[in-house]
Ligand binder design. Structure first.
Ligand SMILES: Cc1ncc(COP(=O)(O)O)c(C=O)c1O
Length: 386
């Protein structure tokens, strides 16, 4: 048994980002400033795009994108039944009505055939979520969007490194939205990024992210001298701080080495669980790059001989942190009361949500940590150690 609890999703933080944060603190410039601008440029370079706006969460990125689409009452936005609540809440906060589609049980991404069947005269946008870092079927989704003249806002919270047919996730839609939350592949504590298609849209997002103040507002206390600002629309307080970007700059510089580490851990788990009565994640699809954000097992009690929640408890008792991504959206009472959604109307998402377990997959994991995870899973399922 481990001496310490293995925290699920603990990020790999190195001395370089610690020093950069300390430098920010010492400089006296903690808020939005040069490090945020640099982080935006570096992120744009990584994705091969021109327009990026850093914000203080992935949720803010999604919300601002919805607001920028000009959605309003009566407009419908289609997303997946298997996602974090933030995806759906962003649609609701923009004043639109969310519509869910079930997922493909292999990819765990929105099923394009289901999506097609949910498009109505009121549909304005589609929000695909590249679940666990596996790209959605963007050919089908973009062709449905083009056919019906719908906007696409990609939820890339799991998908910084993801590619589909040679193209990076977040570069297909009207907007791409990223998260740098503590468990994500690049971490700023809290943080997010919007990828826009034009300078004009990026500027609008930037203005909306800071109270609707004219776009150079953050410079108003810089050495260029005080600048008056004008409030040009009713915005939000969603700007990223330099101390967050200080972390992000160094995290982003290591994004591909950390990806390689997670790929190794993923392969190690796949080999170690091959004989177990649980379902492992599907292999990445051809001509794609998986971001390896989550490694999930499906614990079907009829096969595994243990209920999912008992499995979670047994892992915790063995000092291994685990997660659930996610109970399907219609399982939550708010949505049931407000939209009348029933889990059984989205059977794949429901079943996955009730069976799924996420194992630690952070680049911070040592080989010994990974061995502990493997030993705990095998032990809980009553199988001998390898
Ligand atoms: C799929 C998905 N969408 C949106 C979010 C929201 O991102 P954040 O936590 O940065 O607000 C998250 C993560 O938390 C997520 O996993």
């Amino acid at each position: 048994m481990r001496d310490t609890f293995l925290v699920f999703g603990a990020p790999l933080i190195e001395e370089t980002e610690i020093a950069e944060v300390v430098a920010s603190l010492r400089s006296g410039w903690l808020g939005t400033g040069p490090k945020v601008a640099q982080f935006e440029r570096n992120f744009a370079k990584y994705l091969g795009v021109d327009h990026t706006v850093a914000v203080n969460s992935g949720t803010a990125a999604l919300h601002l994108s919805m607001v920028a689409l000009g959605l309003g009452p009566g407009d419908e936005v289609i997303t997946t039944a298997l996602t974090f609540c933030a995806t759906v809440n962003a649609i609701i906060h923009a004043g639109a009505t969310p519509v869910l589609v079930d997922v493909d049980p292999v990819s765990l991404n929105m099923d394009p055939a289901e999506l097609r069947s949910k498009v109505s005269a009121r549909t304005r946008a589609i929000v695909p979520v590249h679940f666990a870092g596996r790209p959605c079927d963007m050919d089908d989704i973009m062709s449905i969007a083009d056919q019906h003249r719908l906007a696409v806002v990609e939820d890339c919270a799991h998908a910084i490194e993801t590619e589909y047919h040679g193209r990076k996730a977040g570069t297909f839609g009207t907007f791409g939205c990223f998260s740098f939350y503590v468990t994500k592949n690049v971490v700023t504590g809290e943080g997010g990024m919007v990828v826009a298609r034009s300078d004009e849209e990026a500027r609008r997002i930037k203005v909306l992210a800071l109270h609707g103040m004219s776009h150079d507002a953050w410079k108003r206390f810089s050495e260029e001298g005080f600048k008056h600002y004008q409030v040009v629309e009713c915005g939000f307080k969603y700007n990223m701080m330099d101390i967050q970007a200080a972390l992000g700059l160094h995290q982003l510089a290591r994004v591909d080495t950390q990806w390689l580490r997670r790929q190794t851990l993923w392969a190690r788990y796949n080999a170690a669980f091959a004989d177990l009565p649980v379902e492992r994640p599907a292999d990445p699809a051809p001509a794609t790059r998986h971001a390896y954000h989550l490694y999930t097992l499906r614990v079907d009690p009829n096969r595994a001989g243990i209920e999912r929640d008992a499995f979670l408890e047994a892992m915790t008792a063995r000092r291994i942190g685990v997660g659930v991504h996610y109970l399907s959206v219609p399982e939550h009472p708010y949505y049931q009361h407000t939209y009348g959604w029933k889990p059984t109307d989205y059977p794949h998402a429901m079943r996955i949500g009730r069976e799924t377990v996420s194992l630690p997959l952070s680049a911070k994991l040592t080989d010994a940590d990974a061995d502990d995870v493997v030993a705990a899973v095998r032990d809980v399922l009553g199988r001998p150690r390898l």
